[in-house]
Design a protein around this ligand. Structure first.
Ligand code: OSB
Ligand code: MG
Length: 387
């Protein structure tokens, strides 16, 4: 058993008996083709690249997924920037080191500003490793209170109103508990009116991905009449002030996604009424520890949270499901069936919903394993970092 380990800045940290030594780290970039073209206000995509992180320790594999996408449309991070930050800056601080807790791991990475998606890939993999070694499902280690979660579907911008209504009806028939529609300037009130007319009782929301300005407030006045559960990220990520102004004139709660990166962001947003709901994405906020703190702040404010999605493969999807078991996740998440997105996943299980409910895997850690054979032919690049 190790008694000391060298910390990040060359300091010597006493490591408890429980510290886990990261013996090696694999980074694997895989290509993935969506079963549908997914259009949002920041562009359309179908061919994606995804980044997997595998931490090796004592014969166990801790799995993480970087949620950054191929282009900087949703956020500044991309698969390529995450790869570079991980290879040149994160992995050298992690490989060959031992950490007892996620907080200790994050402490070693404190000098890395931003790049939260890259860091989250490693942080979430470390949680998986911790839970596997403890022999408990990750959701229990995180403090979850349920083993099943309600799921919704996020529906991209369609060719026309009829296609939007058809997509809405199909997803409703599949049992999804909430239907979210991507909107952009010029594609907002009309399609949503059509969906509301077709599905008068359905739980409906919209997501603008920061595409509007406060001067577009009339669009939101019209959406305010449609009984939406919330309006997600209408304005710029850094524009909490104008979200306050917009929330003031609407009955419909605003939900913040891109604006929230930390518990401090959540506190400031909820305290000023810039929004009343938070979409938590473990990958966007630097990992599970930060996601849990955001959840705790929201719970204290009585604001519901839900688990967002970034078109994750099975590794990221499994992390999302485990996180969604915490008490405050009272709204359906973007954790739809994996088979809705992919012909082939990268894990040994299909994480699919039945009647709008996903069962959280119950084995140690994530409860799912990498299907190495599924990576053959799809691996764009791979590196193994050793001490
Ligand atoms: O804003 O929630 C978002 C996908 C990629 C980037 C951002 C978002 C989304 C989605 C889809 O809405 C969520 C999913 O089904 O994984
Ligand atoms: Mg969103």
């Amino acid at each position: 058993m190790r008694t000391v380990a060298t910390g990040a800045a060359g300091s010597v940290v006493a490591a408890s008996a429980a510290a886990i030594r990261i013996e090696a780290v694999e980074l694997i970039e895989v290509s993935a083709r969506l079963r549908f073209r997914f259009e949002t206000s920041f562009g359309a995509q179908q061919e994606l690249t995804r980044l997997l992180v595998v931490l090796h320790s004592e014969g166990l594999e801790g799995l993480g997924e970087v949620v950054a996408m191929g282009s900087p449309g949703y956020s500044h991070e991309t698969t390529a920037t995450a790869w570079e930050v991980l290879e040149s800056h994160v992995l050298p601080l992690v490989v060959g080191r031992a950490f007892a807790t996620p907080a200790q791991l994050l402490g070693a990475l404190a000098g890395i500003r931003g790049n939260d998606m890259a860091v989250a890939g490693v942080e979430t993999a470390f949680w998986d490793l911790l839970a596997r070694r403890a022999g408990m499902p990750l959701w229990q280690l995180l403090g979850g209170v349920r083993s099943e979660v309600e799921v919704g579907a996020s529906i991209g911008i369609q060719a026309d109103g009829a296609a939007t209504v058809a997509a809405a009806e199909r997803h409703a028939a599949e049992g999804y508990r909430r239907l979210k529609f991507k909107i952009k300037p010029g594609w907002d009130v009309e399609p949503l009116r059509a969906v509301r007319a077709a599905l008068p009782e359905a739980v409906l929301t919209v997501d603008a991905n920061s595409a509007y300005r406060l001067s577009d407030a009339r669009v939101f006045d019209a959406l305010d009449e449609l009984g939406l559960d919330y309006i997600e990220q209408p304005l710029g990520a850094a524009d909490l002030h104008d979200h306050v102004m917009l929330q003031r004139r609407l009955r419909t709660p605003l939900c913040l996604d891109e604006s929230i990166h930390s518990a401090e962001d959540a506190r400031k947003a909820l305290a000023t009424d810039a929004g009343r709901v938070i979409n938590v994405k473990v990958g966007r906020v630097r990992g599970h520890l930060s996601a849990r703190r955001i959840h705790d702040v929201a719970l204290a404010f009585g604001a519901p949270v839900w688990c967002g999605g970034m078109l994750e493969l099975g590794v990221g999807r499994a992390h999302n499901l485990h996180m969604s078991t915490l008490e405050g996740y009272t709204l359906p998440g973007d954790t739809a069936s994996a088979s809705r997105y992919w012909e082939e996943d990268v894990i040994d299980t299909w994480l699919d919903a039945k009647d709008g409910v996903q069962s959280v895997p119950q084995g140690p850690g994530l409860g799912v394993d990498l299907a190495r054979s599924a990576l053959t032919g799809r691996t764009v690049r791979r590196l193994e970092a050793l001490p």
